[in-house]
Write a protein that binds this ligand. Structure first.
Ligand SMILES: [Zn+2]
Length: 151
């Protein structure tokens, strides 16, 4: 009897502690696409990173646009895509206003994180060793993108 009570008590305490977290999570992150997988949600809303060389978009060379997997906003044109050799889909520039950035100090490194201006979902990091005129390299998780070919 006592044991059951303790078990019940600890379980309720646990869900009570989690409740505000879940609530804040749901309010601050706008999950628009209800079909996102857990892995996509972990990257988009928990600043996760997919395994390098795992994205099917790495070798995508068709003309088209890359959209946010969460909110469908247009983020990159295929014109700016290039093979950086890093194992993540890479772009020399984003479409105007597609992203907002913030400084990320995780893993003891100073990096610039960028997220979708429309829905706030995390997409990747931008570095200063790109091939274009502005020298940018957008290192994007493939799972955060949906490619829509022009033809
Ligand atoms: Zn978005």
């Amino acid at each position: 009897m006592r044991r059951k009570f303790i078990k019940f008590f600890s379980l309720s305490l646990f869900s009570f502690i989690l409740m505000p977290y879940k609530f804040i999570y749901a309010v601050s992150k706008k999950i628009i696409n209800q079909n996102l997988t857990d892995e996509q949600k972990n990257i988009l809303f928990n600043d996760g990173t997919e395994r390098p060389f795992s994205s099917s978009l790495l070798h995508e060379k068709r003309d088209g646009f890359y959209h946010c997997a969460n909110c469908d906003a247009k983020l990159f044109s295929s014109n700016s895509k290039y093979d950086s050799g890093t194992g993540w889909p890479s772009f020399s520039e984003s479409l105007p206003g597609a992203f907002k950035t913030k400084v990320d100090y995780s893993f003891g490194m100073k990096r610039i994180e960028y997220h979708c201006s429309n829905c706030g979902a995390h997409h990747g990091h931008v570095f200063e060793d790109g091939p274009g005129e502005n020298g940018k390299r957008f290192c994007n998780n493939g799972l955060c993108l949906i490619f829509k070919p022009l033809n």
